[in-house]
Design a protein around this ligand. Structure first.
Ligand code: DX5
Ligand code: ZN
Length: 222
């Protein structure tokens, strides 16, 4: 099994004390900071953008993962890359020219990710998978933190994992995002995910303790 990476979603952090909360993520052993970018078009909510990624870059060496929930990601890839994101993911649902978009992310030396909404069929990206570094399977409808986990994830993740194994593509990470808590993380790992995004599951309560507990549960199968 692949190493587990924990990616706290800063959407649930205290925006007035972001640096303090980032330090807690570091202390708790997180590998990645997941940054949710929303435009009020592709998703109903508006969150944060390029200047915040630049500001975070200045205070942390953790991998920065920009999850772009925006209608026209091609227009902003350059900006997020220059701001210091290490990973940039785009939604399959808005990319008319996915190969071009993934190539553009990789041309900046960044990890490229394809994101699928909960009910977007996994088979649609089989031809694209070899051109990305990770696939993010949403387990809630994108737009808000604190929603309930949608079970369609498990079957989809299992199919993707099998596809990766059968096609010698196991270096590609499977990320899961939405409704992950300490008490259900084991199941998502069992289905094949190895990069775990969690917002309310980490930031509600003691961040350091939650991260340690989540890793313990997530790695209990390894
Ligand atoms: C939702 C975002 C998630 C969100 C997850 O659109 O992509 O990253 O912050 O929050 P929780 O873990 O609370 O479901
Ligand atoms: Zn996200």
């Amino acid at each position: 099994m692949k190493d587990i990476k924990l990616a706290p979603s800063l959407l649930s952090a205290d925006f007035a004390n972001l640096e303090r909360d980032i330090r807690k993520c570091e202390q708790g052993g997180a590998e990645i900071l997941h940054i949710d970018v929303m435009d009020g078009h592709f998703v109903p909510n508006i969150t944060i953008g390029v200047p915040v990624v630049s500001a975070i870059r200045k205070v942390s060496d953790l991998l920065l993962d920009a999850h772009l929930m925006i209608s026209e990601p091609d227009r902003y890839i350059n900006d997020f890359a220059e701001a210091g994101a290490d990973m940039i993911s785009v939604h399959y649902e808005v990319c008319n020219h996915l190969h071009r978009t993934l190539s553009s992310i990789k041309s900046h030396g960044k990890q490229a990710g394809i994101v699928l909404n909960p009910l977007t069929p996994i088979e649609l990206i089989y031809d694209a998978v070899e051109y990305c570094d990770f696939v993010l399977l949403m387990s809630v409808n994108p737009g808000f933190g604190g929603q309930s986990f949608i079970n369609s994830f498990h079957n989809k993740c299992y199919k993707l994992k099998s596809f990766l194994v059968d096609n010698n593509l196991e270096h590609i990470d499977i990320q899961v995002d939405g409704g992950i808590k300490i008490d259900n993380v084991r199941e998502v790992v069992a289905s094949g995910a190895n990069v775990i995004v969690s917002g309310s599951g980490i930031f509600n309560g003691d961040v350091v303790e939650n991260l340690k507990l989540m890793r313990k549960k997530a790695t209990s199968l390894l």
